[in-house]
Ligand binder design. Structure first.
Ligand SMILES: O=c1ccc(O)c[nH]1
Ligand SMILES: [Fe+2]
Length: 350
């Protein structure tokens, strides 16, 4: 439902406070013409209320010739910041950047983070920002899971639908998203509440069944008939099923790039306030549907680029695919999700 301007400013004040913004800091509001002006204004006002030095950086939009649709997560790589050294310098000067235009996981974003600048992405509709307003409990829950994932050497994912997928872990970092950027050099996304890592190169093998009701992003569709993916040595080698499989095959083939079939980040959702059903209540252009990525107990896997963690796959085509009812096991013994229920670390869901 509609969120008032006043509530929006109060929420930004809450999240910027959790992000440890102080009156001795500078806050840059990064925007483009397609940013939500109400979010831009609320971020400006909230940062000023906290006494920070606030400034805006506006970048002209970039429309890559092969990009389709309006979901910014669909097409990774170059961004409106690419090549704009002056703007990047202005952004690196900030202690915290509120990104309302979506730098995604671009190389420029990584360079900015390396200077110690914090980045908070906020592009979802105000109703979603309100329903999944970050809390310290969100951080506690996600960080508790991070302790388990970051020491794991192997992940196995199974499901009654027929998935049986394994991979080695450890070569890439673990990334947490709990909704606020409270540590130097941290990127986070409000709203969120999940964590992920990447399979060691060429180690992902097996079968993943995208079952009825599972979600395909950026299509923003609930699968109506199952799709079976065969994965060999880190790459999808076969996509079978009916119409949904044909649509996915056609979309990925459009990029004419073998790297689109690479398995990218893998992890699970830990946000009880995110709902599997939420996507069905929004238009496709309302945002990127973080409910789908964060709902409690999903297995979220993705395809395509892995440059943000030093990988070599720079392909622009990025799919995020959250599955329900999976069992995720780490190192053959620690079950973190059992048939879609978060079971370890045992943390009370709100
Ligand atoms: O918050 C996000 C959004 C998209 C994505 O691919 C990862 N994390
Ligand atoms: Fe992703």
């Amino acid at each position: 439902m509609p969120v008032s301007d006043n509530q929006l400013v109060e929420m930004f004040e809450h999240v910027l406070t959790l992000s440890k913004v102080t009156s001795s800091e500078s806050v840059a509001i990064l925007k483009s013409h397609y940013s939500n002006p109400r979010i831009v204004d609320a971020a400006f006002n909230a940062a000023q209320r906290l006494g920070a030095k606030v400034y805006g950086v506006e970048l002209p939009a970039l429309n890559p010739p092969k990009a389709m649709g309006n979901d910014m997560t669909a097409y990774c790589g170059d961004t409106p910041l690419t090549g704009n050294k002056a703007a990047q310098t202005a952004l690196e000067a900030a202690d915290l950047i509120v990104d309302t235009m979506m730098l995604l996981h671009s190389p420029e974003q990584e360079q900015i983070l390396k200077t110690g600048t914090r980045i908070l992405l906020a592009v979802e509709p105000p109703e979603v920002l309100a329903r999944i307003l970050p809390t310290l409990e969100d951080k506690r829950r996600v960080v508790a899971a991070e302790k388990v994932l970051k020491t794991a050497k192997k992940m196995r994912v199974t499901s009654a639908a027929g998935s049986d997928f394994t991979m080695a872990l450890g070569d890439y970092p673990t990334v947490t998203e709990y909704g606020f950027a409270d540590e130097p050099g941290r990127w986070d996304h409000w709203p969120s509440g999940f964590l992920f890592s990447w399979p060691n190169e060429e180690s992902a093998n097996g079968k993943l069944v995208i079952d009825i009701g599972d979600i395909l992003l950026p299509f923003k569709t609930y699968c109506r008939e199952s799709i079976t993916l065969t994965i060999k040595d880190g790459f999808i080698t076969d996509i079978t099923g009916g119409f949904e499989a044909e649509y996915l095959r056609d979309y990925m083939a459009y990029f004419n790039d073998p790297e689109v079939y690479g398995i990218s980040h893998v992890g699970w959702g830990l946000q009880p306030r995110a709902q599997w059903t939420a996507m069905g209540l929004h238009d496709k252009n309302d945002g990127m549907c973080m409910d789908a990525r964060a709902f409690n107990g999903n297995f979220l896997f993705s395809t395509g680029p892995n440059t943000e963690v030093g990988g070599t796959r720079k392909t622009p085509c990025h799919m995020d695919i959250p599955l329900r009812n999976c069992t995720i096991t780490l190192d053959d013994e620690i079950v973190v999700v059992n048939a879609g229920e978060v079971v370890f670390p045992n943390t009370p869901s709100e």
